[in-house]
Write a protein that binds this ligand. Structure first.
Ligand code: HEC
Length: 123
């Protein structure tokens, strides 16, 4: 009898914690359809490196086009700090639209880059 009530408590506890995490997931998912929720997530350069390298580095490489070699994190940070990185990929007024001659990056990629910048541009 004692064993049963202990396992009953464990099951209830497991169900309760499961329910809590499900709720948390649901609210995060609801937000991520429109905006990536990066308040509690710090992105590192590894999270955005492939976006930059597959969309930007074929033009901005050791040739230093427009002053940027996006094969280096230093160059990406420089563009982030002077506002050109977000300005160009979000197609804001006063900036060239990047990537040049290609589709605008998808929203999640743009938001990941923005989260990385807002999170302090971690290596
Ligand atoms: C097809 C080649 C090409 C690709 C791909 C490309 N760029 Fe560029 N980019 C250029 C050229 C050429 C210039 C300079 C002339 C101009 O501003 O249009 C430039 C200029 C820039 C500038 C200078 C700011 C400005 O307003 O002129 C930034 C910042 C930049 N690119 C970022 C990026 C980023 C970020 C990506 C990837 C998302 C990217 N570029 C992809 C060719 C490219």
């Amino acid at each position: 009898m004692k064993k049963i009530s202990v396992s009953a408590i464990l099951i209830i506890a497991a169900l309760a914690s499961c329910k809590v995490s499900n709720n948390a997931n649901t609210s995060t998912e609801a937000k991520s359809t429109t905006k990536l929720n990066c308040t509690n997530v710090i992105l590192t350069y590894a999270d955005i490196k492939s976006i930059i390298e597959s969309n930007c580095s074929r033009c901005h490489n050791t040739n230093n086009k427009a002053g940027y070699n996006f094969l280096t994190i230093e160059s990406v940070k420089k563009a982030a700090q002077n506002g050109q990185l977000l300005g160009t990929i979000k197609h804001e007024g006063g900036f060239s639209k990047m990537p040049a001659f290609s589709e605008k990056l998808d929203n999640v990629s743009i938001e990941k880059i923005e989260c990385w910048i807002n999170g302090g541009m971690k290596d």
